[in-house]
Design a protein around this ligand. Structure first.
Ligand SMILES: *Cc1c(COP(=O)(O)O)cnc(C)c1O
Length: 453
């Protein structure tokens, strides 16, 4: 057979429905709790923040949920995305492994994030909401929601973690180009932000803090909702459009993965890819499939955090959820993979890890860039620093195959390109990067601050 490099679907083959793992979980998820009463959250508690359709999706146990035609129409701007066979990387590694990657970097903002941003802007608009507040770390989510806001005429206000606001001006300019307003967090625009600035005028910010600002903004205005780009069940649901495409495409390639790897910040891109595959593990048809969540050693949520109820944000305004956590006041080391610095993890992924259906590993920053450079010099694509984390693990697994002589099939969830992260590559190439290990004392300290539920 001719050696194929790209596997593609037609536009009409964009899935018509998202896949909801909640229909197939062996045990149901534990409910999120109200941050003040600590009782299970009700739809009314969430109504000031989210449109009703998303609140329903958050708790739905229906297996298939229709993708609205208006959302699918916008997906057509870049979906279906391509599955690549990494022949050139395989050759460079002298590995018998077959490496595939599903590439989400071809969306307008350059990552998987618009898969859910577009749905979020759509449901808000449909329910009469014309302004959304949100936070962003590295700027990927902020730019994705700004793009989605432009698609539906919804105003977007972005609280961007201060250190990234300084380091990554291009993402802010992208947001502004799509018509959004972006401020550095902590900002003077909220009480949470002003209090923090009074304590520490040079506060570098954190995702947890920026979430608090965006939630406060949304709670204090009737015309405004809040949107979260990862972690929540409905976000992972929207991302399954990618995994459903990947499953069809792997069939076209006449292959099924032995190992799936992805990087996890809040877990949305990776879950979006692997959820349709994890179903085969739950069914028992693919018991040996390995699903590896890759995180930075500087934010080792799944590999070193306790599995406990914790607040989703620093100011304790967001719900308390059962997850692996580094503590809600976690302030990460300034690694370049800004999208992987959240203190918690999607409850669905944590639950699947607890059930033994997925595993996790952590990697240092410098080896991730080394892998990213190898990938760029073989496959051409310059990957986001986040994505480099799982490319590292894919390469390591492929090298193990070289040792053992096994021809395993490895599928990489390729979450986006790194064109706006060239300063990080510059730091790597000029030998200025350092590795960070999260200190043990900090994990113990975080444990002592968990809410008592
Ligand atoms: C945001 C981001 C991530 C991490 O977020 P998840 O919700 O864990 O997917 C990973 N890769 C890229 C390119 C991102 O923009």
């Amino acid at each position: 057979m001719e050696k194929r490099t790209k596997f593609v679907l037609d536009e009409e083959e964009i899935p018509g429905q998202w896949y909801n793992i909640q229909a197939d979980l062996p045990r149901p998820l534990l409910p999120p709790l109200h941050p003040v009463t600590k009782q299970p959250l009700t739809p009314d508690d969430l109504a000031p923040l989210f449109p009703m359709e998303l609140i329903k999706q958050e708790v739905s146990t229906e297996r298939w949920i229709d993708i609205p035609e208006e959302v699918r129409d916008i997906y057509k701007l870049w979906r279906p995305t391509t599955l690549f066979r990494a022949h050139r990387l395989e050759k460079a590694l002298y590995t018998p492994a077959k490496i595939f990657y599903k590439y989400e970097g071809s969306s307008p903002p350059g990552s998987h994030k618009p898969n859910t941003a577009v749905a979020s802007a759509y449901y808000n608009k449909k329910e009469g909401i014309n302004r959304i507040a949100t936070e962003t770390g590295a700027g990927q989510w902020g730019s994705a929601l700004s793009f989605a806001g432009a698609c539906f005429g919804v105003k977007i206000k972005v609280y961007m973690v201060a250190i990234s606001y300084k380091q990554k001006p291009y993402r802010r300019i992208m947001m502004e180009t799509w018509g959004a307003e972006c401020v550095s967090s902590p900002s003077k625009d909220t009480k949470v932000g002003r209090d923090m600035l009074a304590k520490d005028p040079d506060c570098p910010g954190s995702l947890g803090l920026a979430i608090s600002e965006a939630v406060e903004d949304a709670m204090s205005r009737d015309d405004t909702h809040y949107s979260l780009g990862s972690v929540l069940n409905h976000v992972l649901l929207h991302q399954t459009v990618n995994g459903l495409e990947a499953k069809k495409l792997m069939e076209k390639a006449d292959a099924y993965p032995d190992i799936i790897v992805g990087c996890v910040g809040g877990g949305s891109n990776f879950a979006g890819l692997f959820l349709p595959f994890v179903k085969d593990k739950i069914d028992g048809t693919k018991p040996d499939l390995r699903i590896i969540n890759v995180e930075p050693t500087a934010a080792p949520t799944m590999t070193r955090g306790p599995y406990a109820y914790d607040y989703g944000d620093t100011a304790k305004l967001a719900p308390i959820i059962k997850m692996y956590t580094l503590g809600h006041d976690f302030i990460p080391a300034p690694i370049h993979a800004g999208g992987l610095r959240y203190h918690g993890m999607a409850p669905i992924i944590c639950h699947l890890a607890d059930l033994g259906l997925v595993e996790a590993t952590a990697v240092h920053q410098i080896p991730t860039f080394e892998a990213g450079v190898t990938f760029a010099r073989t496959e051409g694509i310059i990957s986001a620093p986040e994505t480099n984390h799982c490319i590292r693990v894919a390469i390591d697994e492929a090298l193990k195959c070289k040792e053992s002589g096994e021809a395993k099939t490895i599928l990489i969830a390729h979450s986006g390109h790194g064109h706006v992260d060239m300063a990080a590559y510059d730091a790597y190439l000029s030998g200025k990067l350092v590795d960070y290990e999260y200190p043990k004392e900090k994990i113990e300290e975080a444990l002592s601050k968990l809410p008592k539920v």
